[in-house]
Write a protein that binds this ligand. Structure first.
Ligand code: COA
Length: 268
């Protein structure tokens, strides 16, 4: 059976330089792998250098390319700016920023501490803006730049136990639209991907534990969870010349989950 990535030609991204926050694990590791496999120079960024180093080694073995791994907490504007500078110092430029670093957990709103709410907003939403702002000076030199913000579909409806993440993802989608409008004149497209439930990710382990995942899969029109490579394929499409006239758009990749009723097979 064809993999979702088999439709892209070899070296389709040769000459591109991408930085992927959250690229050490899960969906964003898959995006980093796909970009590298198609010839891009890739830097992965997350908080823990040991996790990043292990992922970079695996990704290098999988793709045959050097993968730069720079630890930075996206909540710290100086740290993410330094990671972006390290990427430009190593590869000479930056064409693509993928904002995928995220934190989440299930928590009833009435029991969620102010710091818990703030923490998720800081990582997901503030981190997205801090990275985009720090990348701007480099991306505008590319003239074929893309910022790709990973959000979710949580905020399309009210989602129980997810007020913090829903608010953050709604904010990210707003950042996507606003920056697309402001930065189009600098040759920077800004797009988003809103993944549905994706198998074998930390998010799904945490957000749909036990038999909740079976119920959730049954509520998805596609009848299953998505695969990491299906999100990576969307990220390659949005990075490619095929999407050169697409900006400000958030591509939902969720097997139809967010348009189905009920939107989540979750009780609380
Ligand atoms: N339920 C309720 N509150 C929680 C929580 C949970 N499961 N996990 C964290 N919080 C709260 C903490 O209690 C704390 O608030 P407090 O100071 O009022 O007690 C606040 O969030 C910050 O938590 P802390 O663990 O100190 O922050 P951190 O910056 O080290 O990590 C996360 C925050 C969200 C990244 C952490 O929960 C985590 O490591 N998650 C796993 C990785 C992950 O989320 N991956 C993405 C999945 S989509």
């Amino acid at each position: 059976m064809l993999s979702p990535l088999d439709v892209f030609r070899d070296n389709a991204l040769a000459g591109h330089v991408a930085l992927v926050t959250g690229g050490g694990t899960g969906i964003c590791r898959g995006i980093a792998a796909a970009y590298a496999r198609l010839g891009a120079e890739v830097c992965i960024v997350s908080r823990k250098q040991d996790v990043l180093d292990a992922s970079a080694k695996e990704l290098s073995a999988e793709t045959g390319r050097e993968i730069l791994a720079v630890a930075a907490d996206v909540r710290n504007p100086d740290a993410i700016a330094a990671a972006i500078k390290a990427t430009v110092d190593r590869f000479g430029k930056l064409d693509t920023l993928v904002n995928g670093a995220a934190g989440n957990f299930l928590a009833p709103a009435a029991a969620l501490s102010p710091n818990g709410f703030r923490t998720v907003i800081d990582i997901d939403l503030n981190g997205t803006f801090f990275a985009a702002r720090a990348a701007f000076e480099h991306l505008q030199k590319s003239r074929d730049a893309l910022i790709l913000n990973i959000s979710a579909t949580l905020h399309y409806h009210g989602t129980p136990l997810q007020v913090h993440a829903s608010a953050a993802k709604a904010g990210i989608d707003a950042v996507t639209k606003n920056l697309a409008v402001e930065w189009g004149q600098f040759g920077i497209r800004v797009c988003g991907i809103a993944p549905g439930p994706i198998a074998e990710t930390e998010g799904m382990k945490r957000l749909a534990p036990g038999d909740m995942s079976t119920k959730m899969a049954a509520s998805i029109p596609a009848g299953r969870f998505g695969a990491i490579d299906e999100i990576a394929a969307a990220a390659v499409f949005l990075r490619s010349p095929a999407a050169a006239y697409v900006t400000g758009h958030v591509l939902v990749v969720d097997g139809g989950q967010c348009i189905a009723t009920p939107p989540l097979g979750m009780s609380f």
